[in-house]
Structure formats: C-alpha cells, structure tokens
Design a protein around this ligand. Structure first.
Ligand code: ADP
Ligand code: MG
Length: 392
C-alpha cells in the first residue's frame, strides 16, 4: 500500500532498471511456454512509450553465482523479441554496459553474479549506476532478498511495474483489507506444508474450508479412521491447535462431511460416497480421494454469503478424474459469483492454477497468481523483502 506504481514516476529520458521474471521453460534452446515473457509486455511498452529506456534484469535457473552457459538468458532473446515485436539488445556482462545504452536491452542472467543472491550492497551499487529508476515487475521473486529485488530497490527511486501492481492490488484486496465476509478454501495434500498459511488465515477469515488430503489429517485428529487415506499422524496436534485458534478468532471451519472413497489411486477408479466425520470408519484398504456431494453443497452455501474468497489447494486428487469433481464444482460456483460481481476471488498455488484451468474458470476469477512461493508467503502473512523495499 505504501508502494509507488509507474503512474507516480516521471519516465521521459530516464534509464529504468526493470526486474522481470522470464524464467521460462526451455527445451533444446527453445522457449516452450512464453507466458511469463508475454506478461511483462505492458510494463515494457508503458516505459518505452513514455520516453524511458529499459534495461531488463532477470534470473534464469540456479547457476549459484557462476557463469553457466546453459543458463544464459541469450536463449530467451528470440522469444522476448517476438513478444515485444522489436529488437532487444543483449548485454553479456555488467562490464559490457557502457554509456551508449540501447533503448531496450536485456542483461545476462543476474544470478551469474555471486552478489545477486547474497543481496550484496556493492553489487547493487554497480547495478544502480546503470539506471535512474528501479521498477520491479517480478512479484514471483519478491519473497527473496536478492540484490536485484531488494538492495537495488533501496538505492534508486523505486516503483512496481504493471504486473506487480496488479498482483499487489489483488492480494491486498484479498487479505489486507478484504470486503467481508471473507473466506478461504485451503486444500492440497499435506497439513505440514501449510501450517503457517492456516495459522495466519484463521486469524483473518470468517470462514475456512479445509479440503483435500489435509482434511483427512483434521478428521483423523478428531477420531476418524480413514483407512489408507493420505494423512499425517504427526500433525494431529497441529490440526487440533489450528481448530482451537480458529474458534478463538471466530473463524468457522468447514471440514468434509462426506467423501469419494476408492481402493485405487487411479483415473476412473471404482468409488463410492462415504459419510465423513469424527466417527467415520473406512476399511483398511479404502482412501478418501475427493470431497463428496454434501460437502460441495455445504461449501457452495458458504460461498453464497462471502464477498471475498481466497483459494489455495485442490479439494481432492484432481489429476485423476472423477476425483476432481468437488474442486471443479466449487470452482465453478466461485466463478459464477465472481462473474455476477458479488465475489472477489483470488487464487494461487501451482496445482491450484492447474486445477482451476481444468475447471475452465481461470478467466473468471478476479485474480489468479502464478507466483508460487511468493504467493504462499504473502498468504502466510510474511513480509516479502522485494515488496517491503518498494515501500510496501
Ligand atoms: P498447490 O500446489 O496449489 O499449493 P498442493 O501442492 O498443496 O497445492 O496440493 C496439490 C496436491 O494435493 C495434488 O497433487 C492432489 O492430487 C493432492 N491431493 C488433494 N487431495 C488429495 C487426497 N484426498 N488424497 C491424495 N492427494 C490429494
Ligand atoms: Mg503443489
């Protein structure tokens, strides 16, 4: 909220150091998915059209402070030029950056320099000498305090690029100052990977839907015997503690009341609906792979009252239909309400994005974050160094 956007900057004649995420998948020297590259186009064009010069700073892979030829950003140059519809000059090293600066240039993989991941001040000063303004459009790297995301931001007038601006605005609307009631779906495989997320959310939400494999751990902690379902006995106490925190904070927790149960973890496997709850007892070879129809109805009723919804983690093993049923149904309910204009819906997480795409609702949600770790850390309530350095 304290951060500036490009709207606040005077760009004419200014050299802008623009941190981007173009860490795209490459096979045999060719970019196989240019989504990340395409998403930076509005920011680059905005700066150029307002008379600014752009030096793109980006990482590629994990070269760990050494020059690794296979991780050269040179290989993404053609895809970048294609997306932007213009030539992009390439700067093979910091030393090659002379005074004659092209209007648009891409600097070699910033992680070739040990100073980058060390967030080294001297290295950041070397970078700062190449620009007048710093602009960060790489929210997905904002959870790391690296020279190009943190130290550099403190050396120059700094702002968020268009992508970062959209992401921060969406995340602030979802969690920092949401329209209430605000609820979340937290699903996925394991409680152990989402403890910080659950603990932060129960203190901020009105409703929390727990789904997926992690719901098994909650149900088992209450006494259910779920056969060979995925669950984490070491986290029963954590689950109970999260429920106690929720109760104290006035957050209603919705656990599955029924599930799709199968003996096989396979596509199209024979399955039945089983009631779930603290007294549930499945056969030793049965497992819960999705939430059942009554649970979906319960979730949809809860959605009806919400003004804001956060979603991380599928409600079942969505990769193997029909165990995507609950996720798809709930996602479509959230999408319909978002289209009506009565819900702000924000989702993120690698598998969540895939599941929402599978449900065909990716364009209907208010915002879908592809930022992975940075999205999760934001939802955990952590301060992201790259955002803090922008004044956020
Ligand atoms: P995200 O990447 O969106 O943060 P997670 O990685 O936490 O999500 O969880 C996604 C995984 O959880 C998927 O691979 C899915 O198959 C698995 N999963 C969800 N529910 C179950 C279940 N009941 N049993 C086994 N796996 C499940
Ligand atoms: Mg995942």
């Amino acid at each position: 909220m304290g951060w500036k956007s490009l709207d606040d900057m005077e760009l004419d004649g200014k050299r802008v150091l623009l941190r981007v995420d173009i860490n795209v998948p490459v096979e045999e020297g060719r970019v196989t998915d240019a989504t990340r590259i395409e998403r930076i186009v509005p920011t680059v064009n905005d700066i150029l059209s307002r008379g600014g010069k752009v030096t793109l700073l980006a990482h590629f892979g994990r070269p760990k402070g050494k020059v690794v030829e296979e991780m050269s950003l040179r290989q993404v140059l053609p895809a970048l030029e294609k997306a932007l519809g213009r030539d992009v000059a390439f700067l093979p090293s910091l030393d090659a950056a002379g005074d004659a600066q092209a209007d648009l240039q891409l600097m070699e993989n910033i992680r070739f320099y040990p100073g980058e991941e060390a967030n080294d001040e001297d290295f950041a000063r070397q970078l700062a000498a190449l620009g007048d303004i710093y602009c960060n459009d790489a929210f997905s790297a904002a959870h790391r305090a690296h020279a190009s995301t943190e130290a550099l931001a403190r050396l120059l007038p700094a702002c968020a690029g268009r992508l970062m601006q959209a992401e921060l605005s969406a995340l602030e609307a979802a969690l920092a100052k949401p329209e209430r009631p605000v609820g979340a779906v937290v699903g996925g495989a394991k409680v152990s990977t989402k403890i910080a997320l659950l603990e932060n959310l129960v203190n901020r939400l009105d409703v929390l839907v727990i789904g997926g494999g992690m719901a098994n751990t909650f149900l088992a902690a209450l006494g259910a015997d779920l056969g060979k379902s995925l669950e984490e006995p070491d986290y029963y106490d954590t689950a109970k503690d999260i429920m106690a925190q929720a109760e104290k904070a006035g957050c209603r927790v919705i656990l599955p009341v029924d599930g799709l149960v199968s003996r096989e973890f396979a596509k199209g496997a024979a399955h039945e609906v089983a009631p779930l709850g603290p007294d549930a007892k499945l056969a030793t070879d049965q497992m819960v792979l999705d939430a059942g129809p009554e649970t979906v109805a319960l979730v949809e009723t809860a959605f009806a009252e919400l003004r804001t919804l956060i979603w991380n983690g599928p409600m079942g093993a969505f990769e193997i239909p029909p165990f995507d049923t609950a996720t798809v149904a709930a996602a479509q309910a959230a999408a319909a309400k978002t289209r009506d204009g009565t819900l702000i819906s924000v989702a993120g997480g690698g598998d969540t994005v895939a599941a929402l795409n599978q449900a065909g609702v990716a364009d209907d949600f208010t915002y879908i974050s592809t930022a992975g770790g940075a999205f999760l850390e934001w939802m955990e309530g952590k301060t992201l160094p790259g955002v803090a350095a922008l004044g956020g």
